[in-house]
Design a protein around this ligand. Structure first.
Ligand code: CAA
Length: 248
């Protein structure tokens, strides 16, 4: 893919279901995609698998919960490929349990991976975006950050915090050609959702007016649009894509 100073996209947590769909769609729409991963075995296996599907992605190892490691990763990307113009903060985990059973590490792991990482990644890309007078930041939140979910005090807090961050950063960089938006997916057919106990998951699906889980590509379409030059006037927004599960 031909690179220019508006189309170099970094997707964090790219090896997961949503991340992979985003990489595919961004690539199809003309972006030079850099796929972040944390675990060596998983990252390299993913890259090989993508090659067999016809996608030759650059991969970038980096622990998004580590401020200095993100700095190193972003510096290397900037030196090797050019300024990151699109950042998709997609890396996320769950550690679901009611608060009376939640350990400190279950709280901290989720806050570090789902929220601190957003600051770390934005902090390290933003100055180059300002110099470039162009940037697109897309934060992947959740319906459960908008409405809450039994068993997810940690996750819902992090995901709600993400949109507060989006709104403030959107204001700070609006005059610099940079947009910042949140997407809040509902229950999408990823490994994360399939890990929910079947009977619990079935009850959740019953509450979704569309009666089904979402498809990963149904999130990726919007990511790619928000990443495009056409989306220049959209900033500070939070897009719900949840099959009607939470309307407000
Ligand atoms: N509302 C009210 N009470 C509930 C409840 C709910 N939604 N869910 C469970 N409870 C109650 C149960 O009735 C039970 O009560 P009693 O002890 O009085 O019988 C008690 O809570 C314990 O329930 P479980 O037996 O289910 O407890 P557990 O410890 O085995 O599991 C849990 C708890 C892990 C939170 C499990 O209920 C669960 O997986 N829930 C779904 C959580 C969820 O939706 N996670 C989303 C993951 S995907 C994601 O996060 C992506 C995204 O962005 C959407």
């Amino acid at each position: 893919m031909e690179k220019n100073n508006h189309n170099i996209a970094l997707v964090t947590g790219a090896t997961g279901g949503l991340g992979t769909a985003m990489c595919h769609k961004l690539h199809e729409d003309g972006f030079f995609v850099i796929a972040n991963y944390r675990n060596d075995d998983k990252g390299k296996a993913w890259q090989e698998e993508q090659k067999t599907l016809g996608f030759d992605f650059v991969i970038a190892k980096g622990d998004v919960t580590d401020f200095e490691d993100v700095k190193r990763m972003v510096t290397e990307i900037n030196e090797n490929y050019g300024t990151i113009s699109v950042l998709v903060n997609n890396a996320g985990i769950t550690r679901d349990t009611p608060i009376w059973k939640m350990t400190l590490s279950q709280w901290e792991e989720v806050m570090h991976t789902n929220l601190d990482s957003v600051f770390y990644c934005c902090r390290h890309v933003i100055e180059a975006m300002i110099t470039n007078q162009f940037g697109r930041i897309i934060n992947i939140s959740s319906v459960n950050g908008q409405r809450g979910q039994f068993g997810q005090t940690n996750y819902s807090a992090a995901k709600a915090g993400m949109h507060g961050f989006t709104k403030s950063l959107a204001m700070e960089v609006a005059k610099k050609g940079i947009t910042v938006n949140t997407i809040s997916p509902g229950y999408i057919g990823t490994d994360m959702v399939m890990a929910i106990r079947e009977e619990v998951r079935n009850k959740i699906v019953e509450q979704i007016p569309m009666g089904r889980l979402g498809g990963t590509e149904e999130i990726a379409y919007l990511v790619s649009f928000l990443a495009s030059e056409k989306a220049a006037y959209i900033t500070g927004a939070n897009y719900a894509i949840n099959g009607g599960q939470h309307v407000y």
